[in-house]
Design a protein around this ligand. Structure first.
Ligand SMILES: Nc1ncnc2c1ncn2[C@@H]1O[C@H](COP(=O)(O)OP(=O)(O)OP(=O)(O)O)[C@@H](O)[C@H]1O
Ligand SMILES: [Mg+2]
Length: 385
């Protein structure tokens, strides 16, 4: 969570129609005070867009407060948002204002709002209806605040409403202005601009010799499907800049995730064996995002599966990787896939619901591999299996 009094310069790089449309929509959103709901896969730029809306709005000189709702237990989330009074729970030694009070006349950005519990959804709805802040432990409202709310999620809220996980009345309140940011693979013309932008950025940041990208390497970067979107692209560029400082970057300098998947994408549909290999690569890529880049299962795998870009077979492969790595322990897998321990039940019910809960017994024989230094081993195991 963060409070930003002054904006650092942010810019949307891209020249696709999608980016132009987002620029127009966010200008329009900045002129009004309406609530905004931003949706899109992980790493597409939802937070960047929220910062731009704030910094171009009449509220720009007031703070922008950001709070990520994922992984925070209800009590903490409520206390962060609304504050608490002294003695309201163990450890509440003094009155503490919430983030909403810290952004008078500013903007509050609630990230991953789809992760909020149903109880917290009620609390948020009550606040949106009254504008009143009631600190935890207080018997009446403390004050009213004037804040603008921007929310974001990579979940399909309508599907969540249908399954009873998200309140429809809250959805209608939040979804006044809607901004949908398409995944990077649907706006591939932005990739060269983004690559060049991040190359310059990291050359400056790491003070390494300028470098250029060969056209074959750029083609590979353009063809890759970027499940982690711009965040993943940014990480890949930083890695190749550090590795190949000063020399021209060739296709072979790119991470294997990129080149392997690309090779398969070029020839996808050619025959069943190649198509099967492509699926392995995708499961592999997503596992790498979690095991090597610290992405959470909910942001790396879940949205891709829910949007049907990942098959059930692929999801089972990812679960298999988890079971192989943790010696058949689903609790450890929650940790391995960068989820809070409290998500254990939710994770298991998700897997059961989609028939991807594999029996753990056959993974119990081999010694656990969680402590291994190289996370590559289990990934290779998936590629073979
Ligand atoms: N159009 C863009 N131009 C330049 N940088 C971008 C753009 N879109 C995203 N980024 C960069 O990509 C990274 C991910 O963006 P951001 O955090 O806004 O994504 P997100 O959609 O909020 O992701 P998550 O769902 O995982 O929270 C950030 O470092 C951001 O600066
Ligand atoms: Mg975000």
């Amino acid at each position: 969570m963060s409070v930003q009094a002054r904006q650092t310069e942010v810019r949307l790089i891209g020249r696709s129609d999608a980016i132009r449309r987002i620029e127009e929509d966010l200008e329009c959103a900045a002129r009004s005070d309406a609530k905004v709901l931003i949706t899109g896969e992980t790493g597409v730029g939802k937070e960047v867009v929220s910062r731009l809306i704030h910094s171009r709005s009449a509220r720009a000189s007031a703070p922008l407060v950001t709070l990520n709702c994922a992984g925070l237990p209800d009590s903490l989330l409520e206390s962060e948002l609304f504050g608490h009074v002294r003695g309201s729970f163990t450890g509440a030694y003094r009155d503490k204002p919430g983030l909403l009070e810290m952004a008078p006349n500013g903007t509050v950005f609630l990230d991953e709002v789809g992760e909020m519990s149903t109880r917290m959804q009620v609390v948020l709805l009550r606040f949106l209806e009254s504008g009143e802040i009631q600190r935890i432990g207080a018997d009446r409202s403390h004050t009213r605040v004037n804040v603008r709310l921007i929310t974001a999620t990579n979940r399909d809220l309508q599907a969540q409403i249908a399954s009873g996980g998200f309140r429809e009345d809250l959805y209608f309140r939040l979804n006044v202005v809607r901004l949908v940011i398409p995944p990077l693979r649907e706006r591939a013309e932005d990739i060269p601009l983004l690559v060049n932008h991040f190359v310059n950025f990291y050359v400056n940041q790491h003070k390494v010799a300028p470098t250029e990208i060969s056209s074959a390497a750029m083609d590979a970067l353009i063809s890759y499907r970027w499940p982690g979107n711009i965040r993943e692209l940014k990480n890949v560029v930083e890695r190749i800049i550090l590795k190949s400082a000063g020399t021209t970057i060739r296709e072979t300098d790119l991470p294997t995730d990129v080149t392997r998947a690309t090779g398969v994408i070029h020839s996808s549909g050619a025959d069943a064996a190649l198509a099967a290999q492509a699926r392995v690569s995708q499961a592999d890529e997503l596992a790498t995002l979690m095991l090597k880049h610290g992405e959470s299962f909910w942001s790396a795998v879940y949205p891709v599966f829910m949007s049907r870009d990942l098959t059930r077979t692929d999801l089972r492969k990812i679960v298999q990787t988890g079971l192989e790595t943790t010696n058949g322990n689903y609790r450890l897998m929650v940790q391995l896939f960068n989820m809070p321990q409290d998500d254990y039940k939710r994770f298991l019910s998700f897997l059961r619901k989609h028939d991807c809960h594999l029996p753990f017994q056959r993974f119990r024989a081999a010694p656990a591999r969680l402590q291994q230094s190289s996370p590559q081993a289990p990934l290779r195991a998936v590629a073979k299996g």
